[in-house]
Design a protein around this ligand. Structure first.
Ligand code: SF4
Length: 320
């Protein structure tokens, strides 16, 4: 359904090139819920913006391809994008309050969105809006229609944004840190909601998060990104029960409930993620990797097969 191949996205900042996404490939199949995980600065959000043709003016997809339903999304006209965005590929972002217009009620905004995309009158659109708000488990949807965004909590606003997105019946939803601004209990509720919509509507979901713990129960397949590259991928059982890449192990070590029985539980990765302007040589993780060898500073590890997944680490290559 969505096929990303060797995607390279760069930005120009002053006189520097920022290597934000550097040759990544991944798929989202029909009805799949796929997780894309990495720290801030790993390139995961830039990946989403590259797919959606929403890069800032100083950013561009340099090479690679993004295929949607068998056709390339590169070099599409603005007219084609208005058909694709929302109708075929929907998206929700981290700060739902910022995505809603503060001077209109939830009802007004939902009715307008529904009428833009369907041929229905105001009363029908209002009925559909209430039914969509009910579908995303917003309590008292009839009453919420009269509320302004500032009267709702962050979690409620995210449910409204999901309902608006659903009103266009997209086949794929890209959710970029949809729970980042919410507290832990609400995060779990929103991810559970996305998983139930994935199952009940058959809508594919690409869930982007910095937190492996948030997505551990729901994804069909997980990709781990570090400094613009995918360093590990696999089904959740592999990623959560026997992660192969030291970076994945470190991410899991930060999620106590997930890793407590595993040997990597005490693993700590030192230092900050390096600047994507000045990338480390060899394996990009080597300055922070507790297992780094001389070879790691010189050569770039490819994604080596391991079990049902792959990991870009020389330790995996030598154990194969
Ligand atoms: Fe660590 Fe080397 Fe593996 Fe990179 S290739 S993760 S530096 S051991």
């Amino acid at each position: 359904m969505l096929k990303v191949r060797d995607l390279v996205t760069q930005f120009r900042v002053d006189d520097h090139t920022v290597y934000a996404v550097d040759g990544i490939s991944f798929d989202v199949q029909e009805r799949q819920l796929v997780g894309l995980v990495g720290e801030s600065g790993s390139g995961k959000s830039v990946t989403a913006l590259s797919i959606l043709n929403l890069l800032a003016h100083n950013g561009r997809v340099v090479s690679g391809d993004i295929e949607w339903q068998g056709n390339s999304l590169r070099n599409r006209s603005q007219k084609e994008w208005t058909q694709i965005l929302g109708r075929e590929i929907g998206m929700i972002f981290q700060n739902p309050q910022a995505s809603l217009n503060p001077v209109f009620t939830i009802g007004d905004q939902m009715i307008e969105t529904i009428r833009l995309h369907t041929k229905c009158n105001k009363a029908e659109a209002s009925e559909k809006a209430i039914s969509l708000l009910r579908q995303v488990n917003l309590a008292d949807p009839e009453l919420r229609m009269n509320d302004y965004p500032h009267q709702l909590s962050g979690g409620m606003c995210q449910r409204v944004m999901i309902a608006m997105t659903l009103s266009m019946s997209p086949r794929l939803l890209i959710a970029d840190e949809p729970t980042g601004a919410l507290d832990v209990t609400i995060q779990a509720q929103i991810v559970r909601l996305l998983a139930s919509l994935n199952e009940s509507l058959g809508m594919s979901v690409l869930l982007i998060s910095h937190d492996l713990g948030v997505i551990n129960q729901f994804c069909d397949y997980v990709y781990i990104m570090y400094l613009g590259k995918i360093v590990e991928e696999g089904p959740p059982k592999l990623i959560f029960e026997s992660p192969q890449h030291p970076y994945t192990q470190a991410l899991l070590a930060a999620v106590p409930s997930v890793h407590s029985n595993h040997t990597y539980s005490g693993m700590v990765v030192s230092g900050e993620i390096p600047s994507p302007i000045n990338l480390p040589t060899g394996c990009r993780f080597h300055p922070r990797c507790p297992f780094a060898m001389d070879r790691c500073t010189l050569a770039v590890p490819e994604l080596y097969p391991v079990g049902d997944g792959k990991a870009a680490c020389f330790l995996v290559e030598s154990s194969n």
